[in-house]
Design a protein around this ligand. Structure first.
Ligand code: CA
Length: 332
């Protein structure tokens, strides 16, 4: 009698221990909402993130395809599936308040990334942080590149008026990154002593290569021979502008007529164009660093550790945002 009860107690203990071990060994479920897969920079982030979470978490990733309503549905499914942590790349950063409220009600830790919501909105939830870049920095770096190009290539001043005649390609009208890059690239160039003179209106091309190509074709039709510089908020648009230039005999490999083009992102296409001498420079958003940071921070949050444990990052003045630095790329 004594023996058998002892035996059942031991068996019971072993079972409890087995359950406990299973719970410890079970990986957290991390839900990742991406604004759209078809974005070169975000693809770099996704790949780095997936790699960093390998064997550490069960990852469920969804493509918002540029549609906030679809992303809202994807979020509802993730909450219903009881994700332990969420990484959210908003389609429309201005829709973050509603998204945050759902996540807060579910009590799930969340890292918003890349497309920046109003940080005052995020402060309504203690388990929300933001990982992005400093939007002004990319523009400032472009402005420094402009100064460098101006100083080292006097031939770019086609009309010899001592001013850099440029066209500007902007991502989206109200996107904070697009606004900051557009503004700071020119401001920084001017602060560096370059006289900037915009030709025509700013082209808003939705970060898109094909739209930028069409816009550049119209700019060339109106002002060919007067455009001395192209500044684009991202490389996709820079590459579109180069395609338009190439069609009328500029920026072809092996020399000839050339208009300097500057982008942001350091996409493979842009790096290739720079190395082939048909594009001047880009600014690198470190997508790999972003992906790794996201993985570390969300795992910390899920485990109840300090959010930035094991990273070299600290919060900016907001107290809830981490900024991944940029670097310039001007060719090999
Ligand atoms: Ca000029």
């Amino acid at each position: 009698m004594k023996n058998s009860s002892l035996k059942s107690l031991v068996v019971g203990c072993v079972l409890v221990m087995a359950f406990a071990l299973a719970a410890v060994a079970g990986q957290p479920k991390i839900g990742v909402l991406i604004y759209k897969y078809d974005d070169t920079y975000i693809s770099t982030v996704r790949n780095a993130l997936a790699k960093a979470l390998e064997n550490k978490a069960e990852v469920v990733m969804q493509d918002g395809k540029g549609d906030q309503a679809s992303q809202n549905d994807q979020l509802d499914v993730m909450i219903a599936r009881r994700m332990d942590g969420l990484l959210v790349n908003m389609v429309d950063a201005q829709a973050a308040a509603g998204v945050l409220m759902k996540i807060k009600n579910a009590g799930i830790p969340v890292v918003f990334f890349n497309r920046e919501p109003d940080l005052n909105v995020l402060k309504n939830y203690a388990k929300a942080v933001f990982v992005g870049t400093n939007a002004a920095d990319a523009g400032k770096m472009q402005g420094d590149i402009v100064k460098n190009l101006w100083d080292t290539h006097p031939e770019y001043d086609l009309n010899k008026d001592g001013k850099f005649q440029y066209v500007m390609f902007k991502g989206e009208p109200d996107n904070p990154e697009a606004i900051a890059r557009t503004e700071w690239s020119v401001k920084q160039a001017e602060a560096n002593g370059v006289k900037m003179d915009q030709i025509g209106q700013t082209f808003v091309c939705n970060w898109d290569t094909a739209l930028a190509q069409v816009a550049m074709e119209s700019a060339l039709a109106a002002n060919e021979g007067k455009i001395e510089l192209v500044i684009a908020n991202n490389d996709s648009m820079a590459v579109g502008a180069i395609a338009a230039l190439s069609n009328v005999g500029y920026n072809t490999q092996g020399g000839g007529k050339f208009v300097p083009v500057i982008g942001v992102d350091a996409t493979e296409q842009a790096i290739d164009a720079i190395n082939r001498g048909i594009m001047s420079a880009t600014v690198k958003q470190d997508g790999e660093a972003m992906g790794k940071a996201l993985a570390t921070i969300i795992l910390n949050m899920v485990a109840g550790k300090p959010n930035l444990d094991g990273t070299d990052y600290s919060y900016d003045a907001s107290g809830i945002a981490v900024r991944i630095p940029y670097s310039p790329y001007e060719g090999k």
